[in-house]
Design a protein around this ligand. Structure first.
Ligand code: PEP
Ligand code: MN
Length: 362
């Protein structure tokens, strides 16, 4: 970990200093967009029935892909969030995409700000927002950028931290893909996992609504997040999802949310049972042993590769032999399948190995 990240990680405010939760998962819930005062208040009232829900969300300014769609109610929505605060014990949060939004939110006592995916991609905007937050003690949640790049996500977090914000959390909402998939956004779980490795003290929240893009995916994605030890969820909740003015396919009613919360299984991150601890230690030793075997085998493979490289050079033969590579890949993928491994996984592994082998022969 770089010195800067180490310092940032060390100086982050413990989440319990700005958000009290006793139930896992803890939730940020509410509609994609604030549509009317009545809508916002009636959803918030229903959400207070669950001890899991701690924060009420509603977008007031909506970053829509195309114009001429609903772009949010604007400033008046902040009054409605104030009404939610006055009536319930929920904290409130809305998205900010520029310095004007920040000022209006602070003037209207919004408790927590969040930066959307389409803003995290833009370092100029993030820096402007960070500058406008200098000297302000407000928690900020940073959604991942729309493209699968950890650097931009980290960069936004660092910019806010450099401006003095220490009440920070990250929201994983998946990454845009060109290739069509069942989910609206690709979770690319390895990216939030790497973020957690680099900044273990940074709370991570999963947004299954924007990852899945459809109601039916919210449960499996939420469970995966819990299985990975991610204990905070942001779930879009609407009274009448079909009629929602934005993201109608991915919103659920408060009562569906309550049923979902009954089904989800929280996991323990700490291992307390001594016997389980021993079993896990034994299995980890096996895994580490298998890993070191893999590394030794790779080193040996590369030795043979270098030897074959020399031979090819001596006899003026091209390094890349495309037929051989194709056969090899086909064979390995078939063998992997026999052994119960995903052939796409083995393909990805061998593409890396082959690229390294080619590099060593050049
Ligand atoms: C939202 O949460 O409503 C939203 C627009 O977020 P995202 O940045 O994930 O698209
Ligand atoms: Mn939305």
């Amino acid at each position: 970990m770089s010195e800067n990240l180490k310092k940032l990680n060390h100086n982050l405010s413990e989440i319990s200093t700005w958000l009290k939760f006793d139930k896992i998962p803890w939730l940020i819930a509410g509609p994609c967009s604030a549509e009317s005062e009545k809508q916002v208040l009636s959803i918030a009232r229903k959400l207070t029935k669950s001890p899991h829900v701690k924060v009420f969300r509603a977008g007031v300014w909506k970053p829509r892909t195309r114009p001429n769609t609903f772009e949010g109610v604007g400033e008046v929505g902040l009054e409605w969030l104030k009404a939610v605060k006055a009536e319930t014990s929920l904290l409130t949060t809305t998205e900010v995409a520029n310095t004007q939004h920040v000022e209006l939110c602070l003037d209207n006592d919004v408790d927590i700000l969040w930066i959307v995916a389409r803003t995290t991609v833009n370092p100029f905007l993030v820096q402007e927002i960070a500058n406008s937050l200098k000297g302000v003690d407000v928690p900020v949640l940073v959604k991942n950028p729309i493209n699968a790049e950890l650097g931009l996500w980290l960069g936004a977090i660092e910019r806010l931290y450099n401006a003095g914000i220490t009440k920070l959390a990250a929201i994983h909402r998946g990454f845009s893909t060109y290739v069509r998939m069942a989910y609206r956004n690709n979770p690319n779980w390895q990216i939030p996992i790497e973020l957690k490795r680099l900044l273990p003290n940074l709370p991570l929240i999963c947004d299954p609504s924007h990852i899945g893009g459809r109601r039916e995916f919210i449960e499996p994605i939420s469970q995966t997040a819990l299985d990975l030890g991610i204990n905070g969820l942001m779930i879009e909740t609407h009274n009448d999802p079909e009629k929602a003015l934005s993201d109608s396919k991915q919103q659920i009613t408060p009562s569906v949310l309550m049923k979902l919360l009954d089904k989800l299984r929280a996991r323990n991150t700490a291992i307390t049972d001594e016997q389980v601890k021993r079993q896990i230690a034994r299995l980890r030793a096996e895994i580490s042993h298998a890993d070191s075997q893999i590394i030794q085998d790779l080193a040996e493979r590369m030795k043979w590769v270098e030897e074959i490289g020399k031979l090819k050079q001596e006899h003026n033969i091209s390094v890349l032999q495309i037929n051989r590579w194709e056969h090899l890949l086909k064979d390995h993928m078939a063998k992997a399948k026999q052994l119960g491994l995903e052939s796409e996984f083995i393909k990805a592994v061998f593409e890396l190995i082959h690229a390294e082998a080619v590099k060593r022969q050049l």
